[in-house]
Design a protein around this ligand. Sequence first.
Ligand code: GAR
Length: 221
Amino acid sequence: MSLRLAVLASGRGSNFAALLQACAAGHIHGSVVGVFSDKPQSGAMALAAEAGVHAWAMKPNTFETRDAFDAAMFDAIDAVQPDLIVCAGYMRIIGAAAIARFPNRMINIHPSLLPRHPGLHTHQRALEAGDAEHGASVHVVIPELDAGPVLAQVRVPVHDGDTAETLAARVLAREHPLLLASVAAVAGGALRLDADAIRWQGAPLREPLRLGDDDRLHAAP
Ligand code: GAR
């Protein structure tokens, strides 16, 4: 079965672009059936138009409430019948009612080694904390922000003299292969988001998988 992916994005859309390319190249057995945004003018929306991907974007302030925006966006997501929803730089908090419509079917890529640094400004916060290592995590979305079970992580070193920008660039370069390997593993069935547990190659996952230098996921040592 080819995985139907819905992508949520608010910004430049480099993770979305990486997903599109990986599907086109056959590295992910699936396709992006829709992209959804709270930012009609975003780079991600421009990319969707260029690539001819079905897109939905509305400004949240044109809705009466947060929940009304979420309900409209998740109705649009529902209409494309996704198997997996990927938050790829979606910068708006999603309400619990919307998340409950797709239990265990929504993942997010977050630029830190969760549970360290949930929320915003993760690169600056890693520097201020004096972290020797930083990275990115792919996790299941639950109502509590950036707190769902972590599927996989990639680690990058923090260098002397790093700024938030240099560190962000080093992380972003590894975020893309992390997200692609995670989605490919779901599409291929090696990684399963079951209601009772996340399973990697049939066994419940106890610790996040790690992306190796070979761009493949490995069980934690
Ligand atoms: C990525 O670094 C992603 O991890 C981060 O936003 C960036 C989006 O880049 N996501 C979050 O901070 C979510 N809280 P992109 O638009 O180029 O994919």
